[in-house]
Design a protein around this ligand. Sequence first.
Ligand SMILES: *[C@@H]1O[C@H](CO)[C@@H](O)[C@H](O)[C@H]1NC(C)=O
Ligand SMILES: *[C@@H]1O[C@H](CO)[C@@H](O)[C@H](O)[C@H]1NC(C)=O
Ligand SMILES: *[C@@H]1O[C@H](CO)[C@@H](O)[C@H](O)[C@H]1NC(C)=O
Ligand SMILES: *[C@@H]1O[C@H](CO)[C@@H](O)[C@H](O)[C@H]1NC(C)=O
Ligand SMILES: *[C@@H]1O[C@H](CO)[C@@H](O)[C@H](O)[C@H]1NC(C)=O
Length: 366
Amino acid sequence: MAKLSFHSICLLIVFFTSFLITDAAHFGPLKNHVALFIFGDSLFDAGNNNYINTTFKANYKPYGETFFHYPTGRSSDGRLIPDFTAEYAKLPLIPPYLQPGIDHQLTNGVNFASSGAGALVETRQGLVIDLQTQLGYFENVSRQLRKKLGDAEAESLLSRAVYLFSVGGNDYLFPFEINSTVLRSYSPEQFVGLVTGNITAVVKAIYKTGGRKFGFLNMLPLSRTPYAKALLGGGQCFEQITPYVKLHNQELPKRLQKLESELKGFKYSLLPFYSFLEQRINHPSKYGFKEAKAACCGSGPFRGIFSCGGKRGVEEYYLCQNASEYVFFDSIHLTERAYQQFAKPSWNGKPALSGSYNLKALFESN
Ligand SMILES: *[C@@H]1O[C@H](CO)[C@@H](O)[C@H](O)[C@H]1NC(C)=O
Ligand SMILES: *[C@@H]1O[C@H](CO)[C@@H](O)[C@H](O)[C@H]1NC(C)=O
Ligand SMILES: *[C@@H]1O[C@H](CO)[C@@H](O)[C@H](O)[C@H]1NC(C)=O
Ligand SMILES: *[C@@H]1O[C@H](CO)[C@@H](O)[C@H](O)[C@H]1NC(C)=O
Ligand SMILES: *[C@@H]1O[C@H](CO)[C@@H](O)[C@H](O)[C@H]1NC(C)=O
């Protein structure tokens, strides 16, 4: 019989101890446990769209190649912002709601985000899980938690949890993609009002279910993505969308401040994704990137044609050697390295947007 070395005994002890700790965290009181619930679009989708009939998927190569070494449904070469947030909060990766068999892990949180989705039900209707439906799924999870933990403990979990959102970008892109009459029948102010109004309504519903701590990305400079530049062709910046982005980034903080004054215990992080991306597009080398205008993966000008992986009509596409040298992985989504550069200061940096917490403070608050 093989002798167990001191080293392997230590490993065994570590193994069984971690087992016990995991078990205790699972079945014991969840006192200081802070769950993470994730809502929105492809910036946050960790695989929900793998389970629906849609073209908005990323469950094929080369997505996932850097970190997971297989495609998970995340629209990047690796991890996304909420994956880093979960890691910093000492949570496991938060599973997609539609992944079969996640019922036993609900106490860590759930990811409801869906690639291509917006806050408006009209945005890519039938191809995505819109924000309203994501809310319905969350309400379902909250019922399951009540059943499993009892009302008191479920309420405590829901009020300590953090609710993270990336939504709105598809609501602004979609009308341009289909040259929708919305662009002529509403002023940009009115349209941004609909989008931010719908986001606010969902936040209020989550508050009603017991949620208190909310995190948001502000809108990225959509006109400067390879995708937007290719949409109009000729490499011209896609400036007609800019008023919507600017108005969104004025309106969202106002709505959040209003919620904070109206709803007792409401707290939020508003993370400056716009300036983060603009700085990197303007000065890539300052942040360690070689290329910030063209994507790593795709075709056409700036590789802005959404063909990465060759499964969306266009079969031929270019793939760079080293995604970490790029800000954009495909025509609209960032590389894991860029997401990580954003996730770190969002966690424990100085909140750049007034009135708002960093995520660590949000997680640690009561
Ligand atoms: C998926 O959607 C496409 C286009 O909307 C449709 O043609 C196809 O039948 C659908 N497939 C399934 C399995 O529902
Ligand atoms: C809610 O969850 C239950 C149990 O998992 C499931 O059977 C039901 O279909 C879900 N409803 C919705 C609207 O997702
Ligand atoms: C969009 O639709 C309007 C009105 O139907 C039309 O005048 C305009 O040329 C269209 N734009 C594009 C880019 O197709
Ligand atoms: C939400 O969007 C719909 C259009 O999808 C609109 O009719 C409705 O007024 C919006 N709600 C709010 C509160 O702005
Ligand atoms: C890829 O690029 C990153 C960032 O420039 C660099 O740190 C890394 O060493 C590169 N990897 C390879 C395999 O060249």
